[in-house]
Design a protein around this ligand. Structure first.
Ligand SMILES: [Zn+2]
Length: 486
């Protein structure tokens, strides 16, 4: 009898569980704005492609070594922009900040409206010459693409925005809301001199922006398992950045009579402990919001799983942890990157050092990371020193509820047909870091379509953008300014 009651109770509980899962799945509705694609503007895309090609041909390569930077190329680039966009340069206010930073202001007619700010950077990462189908600074136009360093990161976006402003000026558009454009010149090496100084200037003017848009996300295909659609990943937050040097000192001496553990051994043990005990996985913030936006678009059973994260959270976390890219979106990552010991093979090191790079989730801070590192290592012989040059706390997360995100989503859906919109966490860092105090709405998104197999060309070889994608990008920026400032 007791067994019968227990079985019936169990069956009833199971039914309730299944009912909850089914109801939650049924209520897990699409968050995509239902707007139709709009016709594109008659932009002369062949001429625009030529102008982007010209921009690629100016090698504005940044470098951590100041002496390696050819600042003359930035001057050339600035002159190139003036010649390529005559209306922009005769109608907008342009300020040069800290020698090469550029700040454009397109004054709106209604001073009561908060302005918007569009960011891009003029610099590119260095290249290795081998392996390119077309030379990296040729700006070749071939096979339906514009080729070269900077086409995706970030001159496509920079030029696309200016194309849109030039087009709108020629079309007689007068913004009610002011539009600012800020172009840094050292994003790839930290951004402090370019974006950093422009942000300081804007803060000194007491400005606040309705929203800010920078690079960081794009429209991707084939990156989200279970989804056959293009997905516009809009970065609503970015991870923090910290590098720690671990060091150990030892007496040194001849390698023929070593102690049981040399300074390298001590540091290596510390590194091994850190690798063995990664930071905890957390499915929260923008990483979780991504699935709120994409889950409803997925086929069964993925849809059911994401509708019921209360039940399946640990399974999902396990799946995400199995791939380094998705793993990085759910935890503070630990990456040992540099190791140094003795200068010669037969000398015991008097000093050994290792550098570990951490990319920090919002749930941690640089201080809690340092604290945890010291406790995991648990060895007073190891000195832990932050490398001061680039330390960034995780950014605040920008809202996906409200006018700004809606305008951005609407514009994406109007100008990139068939693309789903989802918030995401940006794993790297962008110039946007410097501007977060200037608006509660900082979004990291460039309206370019990057197929899965072309992602590696970012900072790699054969960087290129399809002419079709570039045309969409210009349309996006035109529409964004109409939607935001009309
Ligand atoms: Zn970039």
């Amino acid at each position: 009898m007791a067994i019968c009651i227990a079985i019936s109770l169990l069956a009833a509980l199971l039914l309730i569980l299944l009912a909850v899962i089914a109801i939650r799945t049924a209520l897990f509705r699409s968050k995509q704005l239902s707007v139709s694609a709009i016709a594109s503007w008659p932009v002369d895309i062949a001429a625009a492609a030529q102008r982007l090609s010209g921009a690629i041909q100016v090698p504005t390569v940044s470098s951590l070594e100041e002496s390696q930077v050819d600042y003359g190329q930035l001057t050339r680039f600035r002159e190139y922009l003036s010649a390529a966009f005559p209306r922009v340069h005769s109608s907008l206010d342009k300020q040069v900040i800290n020698k090469h930073g550029l700040l454009y202001t397109w004054k709106g007619s209604d001073p009561a409206m908060k302005p918007i700010l569009l960011l891009a950077h003029q610099d590119v990462v260095p290249v290795t010459e081998e392996g390119w189908t077309h030379p990296p600074f040729s700006g070749a136009i071939a096979d339906g693409h514009i080729w070269g360093r900077g086409t995706l990161d970030d001159k496509g976006s920079l030029m696309g925005t200016l194309e849109a402003v030039e087009y709108l000026l020629n079309d007689g558009f007068k913004p009610a809301r002011s539009v600012y454009m800020a172009l840094g010149f050292d994003e790839e090496v930290g951004g402090r001199e370019g974006a950093g100084k422009i942000a300081d200037f804007l803060k000194s003017q007491g400005l606040q922006f309705e929203y800010i848009i920078d690079e960081g996300g794009a429209a991707v295909l084939g990156l989200v398992p279970g989804l056959a659609s293009w997905v516009a990943l809009v970065g609503t937050a970015e991870k923090g950045y910290l590098s720690l040097e671990l060091s150990a000192e030892a007496p040194g001496g001849h390698a023929a009579q070593p102690p049981r553990q040399t300074a390298i051994g001590m540091v290596a043990t510390a590194v091994a402990k850190l690798q063995k005990q990664p930071f905890p996985a957390r499915l929260a913030g923008p990483a979780a919001a991504l699935f709120e936006y994409l889950g409803p678009e997925m086929p069964f059973p993925n849809k059911m799983i994401f509708a019921n994260l209360w039940l399946f959270r640990s399974i999902v976390k396990g799946k995400l942890a199995a791939n380094p890219v998705t793993d990085a979106s759910i935890r503070t990552t630990t990456a040992p990157t540099m190791f140094r010991g003795s200068p010669q093979d037969n000398i015991l090191p008097m000093l050994a050092t290792a550098v570990i790079n951490f990319r920090i989730l919002r749930e941690d801070t640089t201080a809690t990371v340092i604290e945890r590192v010291k406790s995991v290592i648990g060895d007073p012989r190891i000195k832990v020193t932050p490398i001061k040059k680039n330390i960034f706390e995780p950014s605040p997360a920008s809202s996906t509820n409200g006018w700004s995100f809606e305008i951005l989503s609407r514009t994406i859906r109007e100008t990139l047909p068939g693309v789903l919109v989802a918030p995401t966490l940006v794993l790297g860092r962008t110039d946007c870091t410097y501007f977060t105090g200037l608006s509660p709405c900082c979004y990291r998104f460039v309206p370019q379509r990057i197929p899965g197999d072309e992602i590696a060309s970012l900072h790699g070889i054969n960087e290129r953008i399809s002419i079709d994608s570039y045309a969409e990008m210009i349309n996006f920026y035109i529409r964004l300014m109409q939607n935001s400032c009309g």
